[in-house]
Design a protein around this ligand. Structure first.
Ligand SMILES: [Mg+2]
Length: 164
């Protein structure tokens, strides 16, 4: 069973103080349906505020997304965070590349994403902890729809693990 370390409703439920206590200083962030709805390139104000809060808490940030370069780079520019695009999650390489880019290491990083079969799986393979969030919207890439169906069954056994 592929299990995230934490499972929360939204990124706003992520407890920065707890992450500091766990000696985590690096947040690897999925884009689609974690930070912005699928197909959108504009992050809403709440997300921008959250990102700025994470920066002010001294977290190193990197987007790790399977998205294509153009859109990924626009979002990266808007948020002022570097991006590893076409990361090919569930493979771990994108996450490892992000750690190298940030001069961080796997013990001090956590991956935040909305999909068990890509984000959480890639984290497991990379030996990085993970936080699963609920997807922002139901609309998705066609392949993701297929993943969602499997995830529906995987999640049935998964209780939300709060970070309070
Ligand atoms: Mg996603």
């Amino acid at each position: 069973m592929i299990k995230p370390d934490y499972y929360v409703e939204t990124i706003y439920d992520i407890n920065f103080s707890l992450l500091h206590e766990l000696d985590i200083n690096t947040l690897l962030l999925d884009i689609d349906n974690t930070l912005v709805p699928f197909k959108t390139t504009v992050a809403d104000d709440d997300i921008v505020t959250w990102i700025n809060m994470a920066k002010s808490h001294n977290f190193k940030l990197c987007l790790v997304s399977n998205a294509y370069p153009r859109r990924a780079q626009i979002i990266s520019g808007n948020l002022g965070i570097p991006v590893i695009y076409m990361a090919k999650k569930p493979f771990k390489k994108g996450l490892i590349d992000a750690l190298i880019l940030l001069d961080s290491n796997k013990d001090q990083a956590i991956m935040i994403g909305d999909q068990i079969l890509t984000d959480v799986m890639a984290s497991k393979l990379a030996g990085i902890r993970s936080i699963l969030v609920e997807p922002l919207t139901k609309s998705d890439f066609i392949m993701t729809k297929f993943y969602r169906l499997i995830e529906f069954f995987l999640k049935k056994k998964l209780e939300k693990k709060e970070m309070k």
